[in-house]
Write a protein that binds this ligand. Structure first.
Ligand code: HPA
Length: 253
């Protein structure tokens, strides 16, 4: 039986036989679970692993992009940082899918609110991602992929949030290449498209998951509001992440 990941079998990705590691991950085959939680910050990955999982093993320290595999209620799950921005998310999600057989990639990140009804600490499930990036143009399509989550994962997250009584929003987000724009009003045009919030990774995750034939979902907690200027204090970010983690852990098979 051909055990290579579906995207490789279908010829979407080139297949390099790697006996041990990739340029950015030192994990051995089998050390990474099929479901992987992806915060941007590797220290957050470590904290989630230490607080929520049992039997954890660190599978990556290359560039300090820490990754861990452990168990949640007896089920195997991994958690790893992705860094910031689409190139970084693009590299790690590609390697996880192509070489380690990742099947469910769940981003848990932060985003800036672009609509008045969104407040800091709110949870936003990314029903779609638009982008100002040239990232999709690199893939040689005539046009761009509609960056969407796996429907089953999105539905599972909605049901989990309802069960756990965690309020949430679901809608389009914008993945931007730039955090410090020259024009401080830059985001206002995106606001008119109905996008709920702005962040820097989801588009790349959704595109790579589609190309690899695997499932992805991105959930962001609002860390700041571009409308009110309100910001979540660093000390509170950790607590607000709990909601995302609790939802994500319900999505492991
Ligand atoms: N812009 C881009 N990415 C972000 C923001 C933002 O305002 N807040 C959190 N991630």
């Amino acid at each position: 039986m051909d055990t290579r990941p579906a995207g490789i079998r279908r010829g979407v990705y080139p297949y390099h036989k790697l006996s041990m590691a990739t340029p950015h991950l030192q994990a051995q085959p089998g050390e990474i679970a099929e479901t992987i939680l992806l915060p941007g910050d590797p220290l957050r990955a470590r904290q989630i692993a230490e607080e929520m999982l049992t039997g954890i093993q660190c599978f990556n320290q290359v560039r300090n992009m820490l990754g861990f595999t452990g168990y949640y209620q007896g089920k195997s799950v991994s958690v790893m940082g992705t860094g910031m921005g689409m190139p970084s998310m693009g590299i790690y999600s590609s390697e996880l899918i192509r070489y380690y057989g990742a099947k469910k990639l769940i981003r848990i990140g932060t985003a800036g609110a672009m609509q008045a009804h969104l407040k800091v600490r709110d949870v936003v499930m990314a029903q779609a991602a638009s982008t100002d990036s040239n990232f999709p143009a690199q893939f040689g399509l005539v046009g761009h992929i509609a960056a969407t989550p796996d429907f089953g994962l999105l539905r599972g997250a909605v049901e989990a949030a309802e069960r756990l009584e965690i309020p949430f929003h679901a809608g389009p987000v914008v993945s931007s290449d730039v955090f410090y724009h020259m024009d401080p009003e830059y985001w206002k045009k995106w606001q008119k498209t109905g996008a709920l919030c702005i962040e820097m990774e989801t588009y790349a995750l959704y595109q790579n998951a589609r190309l690899g034939g695997v499932k992805a979902l991105a959930m962001n907690v609002i860390s700041d509001s571009l409308i009110s200027g309100e910001q979540l204090p660093a000390t509170e970010r950790q607590h607000s992440f709990q909601d995302l983690v609790r939802i994500a852990l319900e999505l492991i098979d």
